[in-house]
Design a protein around this ligand. Structure first.
Ligand code: SAH
Length: 240
């Protein structure tokens, strides 16, 4: 289980804090042994409803009752829900991000989703921007389902978006560079850097809809697709 992020090892939290303070930020660099170096435009972490992709907009429209925004970052989804008069709590392991959310008026706390001393009940658990990524690896899915079972009120739902990243490994002739012996292809290792702040490497899971459905059913959940996105991504709803 991941510990709470220390500020000097929290590139994304520092990027969010700087953007919040100055209205602009430097490059948030993303490294992975499986991909070329990439970058997250920090501004997109502060996106408004109209700037969000369809699956995220639909997730917000489907939220009901008391909402838990997991891995909430700058709080962009929580803020939209607050504007709609909803009851929202946001959690994140980044102290810097939680501080920014508080300044923006969000009820935010530094809590690790996998910390089972946190056991309040919610009608909706929102995991946006591939929020299920925090599960890290397929092996950890049982913990994920156990946690959502604890956190969901009767009749509650989890709204999450993810992607089938198989396209990343597809060759021009339609064959795939997927090593079947090295685990599920959506298990990605990442690390980030913001200015001179380097984060530790972490596992991040992208899961295709069929695999998610198979595991969800194994752990007693119903898994429905709400909408497909434009780039192999989708919004799913889990309920039980
Ligand atoms: N949901 C936001 C941010 C996504 S980035 C958005 O859509 O813009 C993922 C966030 O999850 C980061 O802020 C990171 O600090 C947080 N996070 C990572 N692991 C977590 C965990 N185990 N529990 C809670 N938050 C976590």
């Amino acid at each position: 289980m991941k510990s709470i992020t220390e500020n000097d090892k929290d590139p994304m939290g520092n990027a969010i804090a700087e953007y919040h303070k100055k209205g602009k930020a430097a490059k948030l660099r993303v490294f992975s042994s499986q991909f070329y170096e990439d970058e997250i435009p920090v501004k997109t972490l502060f996106r408004t409803f109209n700037e969000m992709p369809i699956p995220e907009q639909m997730a917000l429209d489907l939220c009901r009752g008391r909402v838990l925004d997991v891995g909430a970052g700058s709080g962009c989804h929580s803020l939209e829900l607050i504007n709609r008069g909803m009851d929202v709590m946001a959690i994140d392991i980044s102290e810097l991000s939680v501080e920014v959310m508080k300044e923006r008026g969000v009820n935010a706390k530094v809590i690790n989703f996998f910390d089972d001393t946190f056991n309040e009940k919610f009608d909706t658990i929102l995991m946006a921007m591939n929020g299920i990524g925090i599960v890290g690896t397929i092996d950890n899915l049982p913990n994920f389902f156990a946690r959502i079972k604890e956190l969901l009120a009767d009749g509650g739902q989890v709204l999450l978006d993810s992607s089938d990243i198989r396209y990343v490994f597809e060759n021009e002739d339609g064959t795939f560079d997927i090593n079947l012996n090295s685990g599920y292809y959506g298990e990605i290792d990442y690390s980030m850097q913001y200015r001179n702040i380097k984060g530790v490497e972490f596992d991040w899971l992208y899961i295709d809809f069929d695999t998610l459905t198979m595991y969800a059913e194994r752990y007693g959940f119903k898994c429905e697709k709400c909408v497909n996105g434009e780039h192999y991504n989708y919004l799913a709803k889990l309920s039980f």
